[in-house]
Design a protein around this ligand. Structure first.
Ligand SMILES: C[S@@+](CC[C@H](N)C(=O)[O-])C[C@H]1O[C@@H](n2cnc3c(N)ncnc32)[C@H](O)[C@@H]1O
Length: 205
């Protein structure tokens, strides 16, 4: 059954009490796929890591545990998600290990070439222009820095049937891979997305 549009809208921009409930459910629903990306990224002790569309912030804590001498930054354009992620990671924020920033992918408030790794899970459906957004992520990665990108593709018929097209755009894997290449990134790993979300690991040239 297709998820009603008013609920799907909270995945794109969570607000109010319903947004809070959806953030709680989302943190459980997406957890195994977030772990899949973190494993593929092979995080190192002192990595400086960006999570784009960090939502509820559950991965920020795990990223901080995997990079105990590193620094983790989550960005999200939903004020409610930023508030929830900050609540969840309060001790790590106070220890200056984690930061949560109110921002979309379109204009990341960071200088060029500062992050070792970037993670982005179930977010690109909401971007106005995938290639421009990937260029912006590539801009803030160091040369040799890696992006782990996870998303459902247009080959996933179950996802297409379940999520309203007014909110979710499911791209072709080949189009995202080509956009990554044009954004200055080489593809290192692709796990296909017909029956499970696709995982693409790309490295900045
Ligand atoms: C489906 S949730 C996924 C959250 C988290 N990454 C996870 O795996 O559970 C999508 C998130 O992307 C955020 N988002 C929506 N548009 C965005 C944009 N243009 N740039 C960055 N994040 C965006 C939403 O606010 C939301 O927190």
């Amino acid at each position: 059954m297709r998820r009603p549009q008013f609920i799907a809208e909270h995945a794109r921009n969570a607000r109010g009490l319903l947004g809070r409930l959806i953030a709680f459910i989302m943190a459980r629903e997406t957890w195994s796929q977030n772990l899949r990306v973190m494993d593929a990224l092979r995080i190192e002790q002192a990595d400086h890591i960006l999570e784009v569309g960090c939502g509820h912030g559950r991965s920020l804590t795990e990223l901080a545990a995997r990079a105990p001498q590193g620094h983790i930054v989550g960005v999200d354009p939903s004020e409610l998600m930023v508030e929830i992620a900050e609540q969840r990671t309060r001790p790590l924020i106070e220890a200056a290990r984690v930061e949560v920033v109110h921002s979309g992918v379109e204009s990341l408030p960071f200088p060029d070439g500062v992050f070792d790794k970037a993670q982005c899970v179930h977010v690109l459906y909401f971007w106005k222009d995938v290639e421009t957004s990937l260029r912006e992520i590539a801009r803030v990665l160091k040369p040799g820095g890696r992006l782990g990108l996870l998303f459902r593709t247009n080959a996933d018929s179950k996802a297409i049937a379940s999520f309203p097209p007014e909110i979710y755009s499911f791209p072709a894997l080949v189009d995202v891979s080509a956009a990554l290449e044009r954004a200055g990134m080489d593809i290192h790993l692709v796990e296909d997305g017909a029956s499970q979300p696709a995982l693409v690991l790309a490295m900045k040239r």
